[in-house]
Design a binder for this molecule. Structure first.
Ligand code: SF4
Length: 330
């Protein structure tokens, strides 16, 4: 590793001032991704601004019933929080499906939002990668693609978004709060991550000098009947081949309300809007659930090694909705 300047501010104004004035600087939270990237020479900041002393580690209930989650809340703490477990079970399940206990104890909410892809070519600096080094090509396009995306891909990059937590936050319509020396702003979760297009190295709409300070979860009665289902090659400590975050309300025998987002298949946390549209007032049956999945997957573009994900996604969506429909009859 090359020498770097290490700063550890204790308040948000000092942190955003530090990043604004230091060229090629990075915020450091739990370090569960950034430190690996620095060890591998994929990220090479000149300055690291350690934000773990900032007062951003609380979960607070707002007067309208929303939950305000500080960016430094550790993943394990968030998953175990009684209000999260009771009101947003899909979020607890998504977090607990990710990484290992030790990593979840370190990883922060803000850092999880910025977690970078686990495409193995991205981490191998001997191979071409447009995301790591723009304009060099994409080794995955002629390589092994079992873990790669089928939705939102481009001719420049087919890497999947790796986070489980972000899939649940996308289904829940969370809002990300950020701050810089220019002030604060709020970004809808659906606008936070971007598809690769011609610029795969740009993964979010966050400016380099903006600090994530919190995530807000809206009050959502529907989310009490929600679930996160993850399919992977190993039972733990593995990234998703396919994951589904879903919430469902059924009235009589028809779908009254549904939320659906996918992981492991998209270049960003994938809100399944076409499937949600297909589910609106549909019969709460396996046939409808499969049809909704088909509507979402019609735009899938597969590689030889990941074509299986289309049917796996279809069946995982249907199985998740079936489970929820059994607990959603009103
Ligand atoms: Fe790089 Fe994306 Fe290609 Fe992977 S899929 S090698 S991250 S450009």
């Amino acid at each position: 590793m090359k020498p770097l300047t290490y700063l550890r501010p204790t308040d948000v104004p000092s942190a955003v001032e530090a990043i604004a004035t230091a060229p090629n600087a990075k915020f450091l939270g739990g370090g569960t991704n950034l430190v690996d990237l620095m060890r591998g020479d994929i990220e090479q900041p000149d300055t690291v601004v350690d934000v773990t002393r900032l007062p951003l580690a609380d979960v607070t209930e707002l007067s309208n019933g929303a939950l305000h989650v500080g960016a430094l809340v550790r993943n394990s703490h968030l998953a175990a929080h009684p209000l999260i477990r009771g009101r947003y079970p899909m979020l607890t399940q998504a977090i607990l499906a990710g990484a290992s206990g030790q990593l979840r104890n370190m990883a922060t909410v803000g850092g999880n939002l910025l977690q970078r892809t686990r495409c193995h070519y991205f981490y191998d600096t001997t191979t071409a990668c447009n995301k790591r080094t723009p304009g060099t090509g994409c080794a995955a396009l002629t390589g092994f693609t079992r873990n790669h995306a089928i939705l939102g891909t481009s001719t420049q990059c087919i890497a999947t978004s790796p986070s489980d937590m972000c899939v649940a936050l996308t289904a829940l319509d969370a809002t990300v709060e950020v701050e810089s020396t220019r002030g604060s702003r709020r970004i809808a979760m659906g606008d936070f991550h971007v598809e690769p297009g011609d610029t795969p190295h740009v993964e979010t709409t966050l400016a380099p000098d903006e600090l994530i300070t919190a995530v807000e979860l809206p009050p959502l009665a529907l989310a009490r009947n929600s679930r996160y289902r993850k399919v992977r090659d190993r039972a733990s400590y593995a990234f998703a081949l396919v994951s589904v975050a879903a919430a469902l309300r059924v009235e009589g025998d028809r779908v009254a309300e549904a939320r659906l987002a996918l992981g492991g298949v998209g270049t960003r946390p994938w809100r399944a809007t076409k499937a949600e549209e297909a589910l609106r007032d549909a019969a709460a049956t396996d046939e409808s659930f499969m049809a909704a999945a088909d509507a979402e997957l019609a735009s899938a573009r597969t590689q030889p090694d990941n074509a299986f994900k289309v049917d796996l996604t279809r069946r995982t969506i249907a199985a998740t909705l079936r489970t929820l429909s059994q607990g959603a009859q009103k």
